[in-house]
Design a protein around this ligand. Structure first.
Ligand SMILES: Nc1nc2c(ncn2[C@@H]2O[C@H](COP(=O)(O)OP(=O)(O)OP(=O)(O)O)[C@@H](O)[C@H]2O)c(=O)[nH]1
Ligand SMILES: [Mg+2]
Ligand SMILES: [Zn+2]
Length: 345
């Protein structure tokens, strides 16, 4: 009996199931019996409705199976975000082959977390970046394209919402590396967030990254062209696929990553390469909660005259006073206002 069925006993209480209108009326159950020949795996790539699953069961370890989702599937997830890179799944192999077997995903394990970039109302699978990640490396460049601190601040909040450890990586220090740049990130150091300055191309500063990603799953997130795929290739020669294999060559001759993929180093470290993000909308957050994620406000807000205080217009607001007297980082406060204004309630 596969180990996977024992875990299912855990969820046996919830007997609810539903048909999903979206994806060929898939029958989604939260519990049930799995086929005897179910094998365990981890999703390492998603391409539309197809998933590449790397098996982890003893007898099949590291075998690669190209899967679709079965008509009946056991999962807590919604159909629109049923399977993502990083998911632990149960699959049944339908056709065995030496190079690439094919199969069906019959079970998606409950997730520890799920990193998503847009609203819950969008029904597209691409909105889910990855599941079950341990940390996120927020990736930006000194120039070409120049980093955007508001984008970084939004990703930091998302990381905290998902209980994922964040760090910031500023690439391309071969193009620019001066005191102004370093000062611009001082505030994050003061907030206890690691900031790495590297050049992936010139292989500078890569040891600190290797140390940061050394166990578990790291998600790499950032704008297109910042050098995420270059870093993955330069970290070590011992990866399963090279970036050039996993990229589309556009007419401009640039290699742009088009699919989310998990790569594994011989050391066991796993890293997820994502297509470049242009915007990052926050979800699962209300206007009044935003301030809780700006930790430089923590010691100030108890001194505001009003509770709660939005720190935007109220008289005798300790946060606004600190901003006006240059006691807190001005760009962070402006980021706060920007995010506050962008949320509905
Ligand atoms: N000068 C300089 N260029 C770099 C560095 N790292 C990467 N590049 C270049 O930046 C360009 C984009 O690199 P990619 O690794 O494809 O960027 P990416 O973040 O994976 O981009 P997407 O896949 O589109 O999200 C390439 O031309 C790289 O050679 C660096 O440290 N310094
Ligand atoms: Mg890329
Ligand atoms: Zn206030």
């Amino acid at each position: 009996m596969p180990r996977i069925t024992e875990e299912l006993e855990h969820h046996a209480k919830k007997q609810s199931f539903r048909y999903d209108k979206q994806s060929q009326s898939k029958l989604v159950r939260q519990s049930g019996k799995l086929p005897e020949d179910t094998v365990e795996g981890i999703v390492v790539q998603s391409i539309g409705k197809d998933f590449i699953v790397k098996l982890v069961s003893d007898e099949n370890v590291n075998q690669i199976v190209e899967c679709v989702t079965a008509g009946k599937i056991i999962s807590e997830n919604d159909n629109s975000s049923m399977v993502a890179v990083g998911d632990r799944v149960g699959a049944v192999i339908t056709k065995k082959a030496n190079d690439l077997s094919t199969g069906k995903i019959v079970h998606v394990y409950p997730r520890t977390n799920c990193f998503s970039r847009t609203t819950v109302y969008k029904q597209s699978r691409e909105d889910i970046l990855a599941a079950n990640i341990d940390r996120i490396l927020i990736f930006s460049a000194t120039a070409d394209p120049q980093y955007n601190r508001r984008f970084i601040d939004r990703l930091l909040i998302t990381a905290e919402l998902n209980l994922v450890e964040p760090a910031i990586c500023i690439n391309k220090i071969d193009l620019l590396y001066d005191d102004m740049l370093k000062n611009d990130f001082e505030v994050y150091n003061n907030l206890g967030i690691k900031v790495f300055f590297i050049s992936a191309l010139k292989e500078k500063g890569l040891e600190q990254i290797k140390d940061f990603i050394k166990d578990g799953i790291t998600l790499l997130c950032g704008a297109s062209g910042t050098g995420k795929s270059t870093l993955i290739n330069r970290l070590s020669g011992n990866i399963i696929q090279k970036v050039t294999d996993i990229s589309d060559k556009t007419s401009k001759g640039k290699h742009t990553t088009s699919a989310t993929r998990m790569l594994e180093y011989e050391s066991g470290a796993k890293i997820i390469d994502t297509p470049g993000l242009r915007e990052f909308a926050l979800w699962g957050l209300t206007k009044n909660e935003v301030a809780l994620y700006f930790h430089e406000f923590d010691s100030l807000s108890p001194h505001c005259r009003y509770t709660p205080c939005t720190h935007t217009h109220e008289p005798d607001c300790a946060v606004k006073d600190a901003y006006e007297n240059e006691l807190i980082d001005s760009q962070r406060y402006e980021s706060y206002l920007n995010i506050f204004d962008s949320l509905d309630e």
